[in-house]
Every structure is written in structure tokens, then in C-alpha cells.
Design a protein around this ligand. Structure first.
Ligand code: ADP
Length: 155
């Protein structure tokens, strides 16, 4: 049974993230959404809130679980027995950045592959940073995050 890790900070989880996970389910039997804990990075939403938001979106999907982890994503993936790390690519900047990380990860744990999915054009401009800016300045969140989260993100 194939297992992949989709990792990030998810502050908050966007429709761009969601679309990659949903397409990933066609490739992998199980996807673990890993929330990396980085004590140096201040987030708008605390860890429990981010976990609950993602669990709400995928409440109907038993093949998706959410787990927090410390340290390198690739070691987390190895420790939970995942064979792949799933990533999304929005543009060439993502590609250059992701390429370096994927090579470094392969150097550390050769048996784990990084699998990239190219973002759909309508999601390619979405980032957690853009969503946080819209929250701060009271912009619309429609089309940026799941309708299930729109209200609570505004609160
Ligand atoms: P963080 O949540 O730590 O900011 P990112 O969102 O940068 O992490 O990255 C988590 C993964 O989600 C990365 O593979 C990234 O390329 C992907 N991703 C982020 N936003 C989108 C998007 N709009 N469309 C597709 N993939 C995305």
C-alpha cells in the first residue's frame, strides 16, 4: 500500500494545497498531511487550529491523516514508512527551490522519491501568505480556501 507525505506549515491550508492532496489520492493509497513544527516561525493560526482545519476539510476521507512533526520532512517520511513525498509546483521559482530540496532529500534518504504535481492555473497564484493578507485586510477568501473554512478564518 503506497503512502505519501504532503508537508507544509499550512498557515492556513489553501485550495491550492487541497487540490494537490486530492489529485495525490489518485496516485497514493494513503496521504499523511504533515505539519512541520518550527519554533522559530511565528504563525497566525496555532498548531491545534491548523490541524483541526485540515481534519475538517478531509473528514470524509479515511485515506488522509494529519500529523505534526519536528525536524526534517524527509526523516518524518522515513519514520512513518512513507515511500514518497508529494509536492506542488506553482511556477519556476517553486521548481528551482523544490529541485534543490528534492536532491538534498534524495541524498539523505535515497529510497524515498519526491513526486511533483503541477498546480492548476486557477490555483497557481494562491499561497498561505496571500490568504493571510486577505484575512488581515478583510479581502474575499472565496476561491482561495475551502468554503468550510471561510467563516472561521475570518473570525
Ligand atoms: P507552507 O505551508 O510551509 O508555506 P507551502 O505552502 O509553501 O508550505 O508548501 C507546501 C506544499 O504545497 C509545497 O509543495 C507547495 O509547492 C505546495 N503548494 C502551496 N501552494 C500551492 C498552490 N497554490 N498550488 C499547488 N501547490 C501549492
Amino acid at each position: 500500500m503506497s503512502k505519501a507525505v504532503f508537508a507544509g506549515t499550512f498557515d492556513p491550508f489553501t485550495l491550492g494545497h487541497q487540490e494537490i492532496v486530492e489529485r495525490g489520492l489518485q496516485l497514493f493509497h494513503e496521504i499523511v498531511i504533515g505539519i512541520g513544527i518550527n519554533a522559530d516561525k511565528k504563525t497566525l493560526f496555532d498548531l491545534d487550529t491548523r490541524m483541526a482545519q485540515i481534519q475538517k476539510i478531509f473528514a470524509h476521507e479515511k485515506r488522509i491523516t494529519v500529523q505534526a512533526y519536528h525536524g526534517l520532512t524527509i526523516f518524518f517520511a522515513r519514520d512513518i514508512g512513507a515511500g514518497s513525498v508529494l509536492r506542488g509546483l506553482r511556477n519556476s521559482i517553486d521548481f528551482e527551490y523544490e529541485r534543490t530540496i528534492a536532491l538534498a532529500n534524495q541524498h539523505q534518504v535515497p529510497e524515498i522519491e519526491t513526486v511533483f504535481l503541477v498546480a492548476q492555473p486557477q490555483y497557481s497564484f494562491i499561497s498561505s501568505t496571500v490568504v493571510r493578507e486577505m484575512i488581515k485586510h478583510k479581502g474575499s477568501l472565496q476561491g482561495l480556501v475551502s468554503p468550510l473554512l471561510e467563516q472561521e478564518l475570518r473570525a
